[in-house]
Design a protein around this ligand. Sequence first.
Ligand SMILES: Nc1nc2c(ncn2[C@@H]2O[C@H](COP(=O)(O)OP(=O)(O)OP(=O)(O)O)[C@@H](O)[C@H]2O)c(=O)[nH]1
Length: 835
Amino acid sequence: MARHRDVRNMDYSDDYDGYDDVYGHSVDDDYYISPSNRQFLYNRELSQRSSEGDIKEEDESEAELADMDRAKLASCIDQIKQTIGNVNLSRNDLVNIIIQHNYDIQKCINTLLESTLQPAPVEKDNSNFNIPTSSQSKFIIPKLNLSSFKKEANFCNESPNDDKKPFSNLSDLVSTHLKDNVPVVDGIRTQLKNLNLNNNQALSKMTVSESKSSNDLPKSDEACKIDLSKALKSTVSAPLVPTNKAKENFEIPFIECKSDLPMRGNRSSYEELICSLNVPENTKNIDSKLEKKTSLLGTVICKKYKRYLKQISLVKKYSSAIKIFDFINADIEPATKVISSTVKTVTNITKGFDLSRREPKPSHTPRSQSPASGKITPIDNPEDNKPAKQPDNKFDPLQLYRNERAQSKEHLYMVVIGHVDAGKSTLMGHLLCDLGQVNQKVLHKYEQESKKLGKQSFMYAWVLDETGEERNRGITMDVGRFQFETATKCVTLLDAPGHKDFIPNMIAGAGQADVALLAVDANRGEFEAGFDYGGQTREHALLVRSLGVSQLAVAVNKLDTVSWSRERFDEIVDKLKTFLKKVGFKESDVRFVPCSGLTGQNLTAGPTESELLEWYHGPCLLDIIDQFRSPERPVSKPFRLSINDIFKGTGTSFCVSGRVENGTLSVGDKILVCPSRESAVVKSLWIEEASKSVVFAGDQVTVALSGVEMQNVSVGNVLCDALRPVQVAMKFRARIVVFDVAVPITRGYSVVLHHQSLVEPVVVSRLISELNKSTGEVEKKHPRFLKKQASALVEIQASRPIALELYSECKELGRVMLRLGGVTIAAGVITQIVL
Ligand SMILES: Nc1nc2c(ncn2[C@@H]2O[C@H](COP(=O)(O)OP(=O)(O)OP(=O)(O)O)[C@@H](O)[C@H]2O)c(=O)[nH]1
């Protein structure tokens, strides 16, 4: 059985309220973190000196870094490489530069560009672009001649029908005006990708505040007060090339600034930028025109991205890399009207891409393939150039879902959790055997082999623990998967590891489940070890609830070891009930069942043991699983899938797996991979081993993709609808509940963010307010620290863009968990995305 990590979907109507319950109860201290876990709690002193980590140590400065710094370092190196390609520096030097700049990627890039990038010699060739030698492959140096402009003009879409295409973000817009393969421009482009054109108001505000804080631009300058929202509206509707009529008398179509350009030294930086524009042949007096009037886009870029000015001027020295920004100096209002109707028309298509907006085939350099380049991965397969299949825009996803799935059983994803050795694998292995899911010969083989190793009691566990290491060590390490059916459900079982070392795997499994089965060991002392003394019973229950699972079955296992004692069962139920309620489970959503995974008692049929029969007449484990409510499938929402595994497929495609959180996905759909926003085409779809033409929210699927390079896709990326993409941001606000922390959370606290399958170092950059745990009202603004069990609104800063959603939009992509030193210190929901 393949061991992919999977995804989970939960969308109960009462989920949000339920989730609030987590915050709504005070929890006794000892319910959260156990003494054995305390050793892993954050301790700044220790944390800074940790030498563990998976980053190769190459020099002392690197070796001395703490885990978090190492993670930040890896992230910085990664991002620097994505932005400017491989730098001609040793790793040590690179590491030193990063540390000197306190992990500020932008400063590092500036330093690197200044120190390492030398102008490439201009070579003559027959094209209008001089391609540098491989050692200087970071620049493409176009000649400053007029034919160059014409060549670039071919980049533009000349179809009269396509000249009003909406752009989803500023980068797409800019990329039609910027020449390929200019690294600094790519840097800008990556940043611009985060600017969603739909949020004109936010952009407008951003520009104003940018200009307010500007030191080098005069505050009084009218140019600083450009209403960007208007500008963007006008750019959205702007033709990429002049219309035929305009072409005849082609002039540079600028939107006028209200005043001359602000100067910086002898020349303003964006004057420099503008001077690097290619200009059409028939334009007269271009210099004076450029000095008085400028592209608004140029203005915006230069103001918003002042930090790039050095690079801009650097590039400018060698190239006329930045194309003229040719939106029409037209009446903005009518243009705005055109946009709204255009957007509406396009939105009606529901899915798929605007192929006409695809950029020309870029050169096959690692740089051009980088997600940070903002370019579409080169397309080798001519099949990919064919227009993608566009689903019928009249299709009703809900109806389609009913048509497709009406005949089949409801699918349910169930994660099995619990303290190490609680008997999870044995319980589920035996259940699968009783259901006839395991071939008798295979079971016999397991029996013989486990006997040889002196581990016969693990025979059933081997059904799920498939790897040699798991079997030898007698513990589950990765999430095992198996499928079985109940009377009304088709259940995918996710067997999570119990050992604390594998909690990230457990989170990956739990992050995919609709419901959970908690196994506890009834043995005297064993239940207590898992519950009272820092076992994973508590942490697992807390984690699954934080991940949105609200229905839980509790298997009080190994009751054979206590002679089926009713008292023991009741004692365990009482303790767990109180705890689970405090964690946020509703009493009515938790069911308890006495059983034995080893003897198979009360698994698929009612009890036969007389001692158990004396007091238990309830449902068996299988019936309890069957009685779980099926979660709602949000098939009508925009498509979202968080990638939890990537592997090689056949031919040019490769495969990703994950759970469809929202919406539907069909073969032939064009989708976006976020945060890089690369486009991809769905070549084929599978659920388990069965090929499908369409899949729905709630399905755990394997998707074969083409049109995107495998190396440009990572676990934790989100596949999404191209027209209604997921949000991408480096900063967001979340309402969190702090679990148990030895050291209070303060501003600047470095933690590890778990967001679906993404594991990313982040910083708690602001403590905005402390909230009342019951009412959610603000109790204290800007607290200096957050103690255990505090509920608070915080701002989280990542070092690179993340694809995420507001909790109110998509619960699965709106949940976050913060962990540190192997311990979960807080969980929360995203309330605001900060652009
Ligand atoms: N007596 C008795 N022993 C059991 C029962 N269920 C499991 N065991 C034993 O408990 C030990 C651990 O069982 P596993 O199924 O590997 O436990 P687990 O919870 O899956 O372990 P991890 O996944 O590593 O956390 C094995 O020796 C089993 O034979 C039971 O119902 N009764």
